[in-house]
Ligand binder design. Structure first.
Ligand SMILES: Nc1ncnc2c1ncn2[C@@H]1O[C@H](COP(=O)(O)OP(=O)(O)OP(=O)(O)O)[C@@H](O)[C@H]1O
Ligand SMILES: [Mg+2]
Length: 296
């Protein structure tokens, strides 16, 4: 099927559009539809990856279910028939890519867990001598090395541009001690369970980002769960600390984009079909290795 880049569900008010997902407000709940949009360097590209939204929605559903013992989450159902009955529309284009979820007020903090020194964290380590977020780290770590223990590195959800890292104390100042402790403990516990499972699948979960929200007075885990969009997965057998690691899912896209004379500002370039197909195959592979199921 053609990639699904945007949705408009008859009878529902227009959705709130994120970079990848569209959120329909149903009053008491939200319908989250994962499209096939792909972003690179924070720019949504004009070319979609067929089935990406279905893969990410089903991977999230897998993790929400598997980690349901750690904390409550927003999932009400991902069953297409139940969702069709709820919205009064049955559209094959939506199949497999929808989650009906508890509507939540988003906690304005990106809850990030990191187990490897990479990206902006590596830059912080080099800049600071050898400390990260005020914690002393071993000397001599290389780009891509594993940290002694996973770190909670919260950031603010910036409306414009890149998120800004904040300290744990700044989280406490924003949401209070009790909530801040829960955000940190859930983030680290969810991450640790997921990293263990990923390792058993031959994948390194280098880092991930969670979102939480308030629903009926209860703090719950919302948004997406440990997808390649919200996480860095690496092929364990190809892990070579000492430089940037290849991205499990987006490396073909990045390699292609680096061959172009593109300034990394919107609008982004279209992708050739072989890059699209190879990228789709990586998403399918991630899904199948993590869930142990065949993608259909
Ligand atoms: N249960 C929920 N209730 C209300 N809003 C939710 C819920 N779950 C997720 N959301 C919101 O839905 C949106 C999902 O869209 P998407 O992830 O594509 O957008 P984005 O956040 O702009 O992109 P990015 O994740 O790259 O920052 C997010 O704004 C997220 O906070
Ligand atoms: Mg998001």
């Amino acid at each position: 099927m053609e990639p699904l880049l945007t949705t408009a569900i008859p009878g529902l008010p227009p959705p709130r559009r994120g970079k990848v997902r569209e959120v329909y407000d149903l009053g008491d709940s939200v319908l989250i539809v994962a499209t096939d949009r792909l972003s690179a360097f924070d720019v949504v590209l004009p070319t979609g990856i067929p089935d990406k939204g279905r893969i990410l929605n089903q991977m999230s559903a897998f993790w929400f279910e598997r980690l349901g013992h750690v904390c409550p989450n927003h999932v009400l159902t991902t069953d297409d028939d139940a969702i069709a009955a709820k919205i009064g529309v049955k559209d094959p284009h939506l199949a497999g890519r929808c989650t009906l979820a508890r509507k939540a007020d988003t906690v304005p903090i990106e809850c990030v867990a990191r187990a490897y020194l990479t990206g902006s964290l590596y830059k912080e380590y080099v800049r600071s001598g050898n400390s990260l977020h005020g914690l002393l780290m071993p000397l001599g770590l290389r780009d891509g090395d594993r940290l002694p223990a996973p770190l909670f590195t919260p950031a603010t959800k910036a409306a414009e541009g890149h998120d800004e890292n904040i300290s744990f104390q700044q989280v406490v100042d924003r949401v209070g001690r009790t909530t801040a402790d829960l955000l940190r403990d859930w983030t680290i516990t969810l991450f640790s369970h997921a990293a263990k499972h990923a390792a058993a699948c031959g994948l390194i979960l280098a880092d991930t980002k969670f979102e939480f929200g308030w629903s009926d007075g209860e703090l719950i885990w919302i948004d997406e769960a440990l997808t390649p969009d919200s996480s860095r997965y690496w092929e364990a057998s190809q892990w070579r600390p000492g430089g940037p690691q290849p991205s499990f899912d987006k490396q073909f896209v990045r390699d292609y984009l680096e061959t172009l004379d593109w300034n990394k500002q919107a609008p982004g370039p279209t992708l050739p079909d072989d890059v699209v197909q190879r990228t789709r195959a990586k998403y399918v592979e991630a899904f199948e290795r993590i869930t142990g199921r065949t993608f259909v």
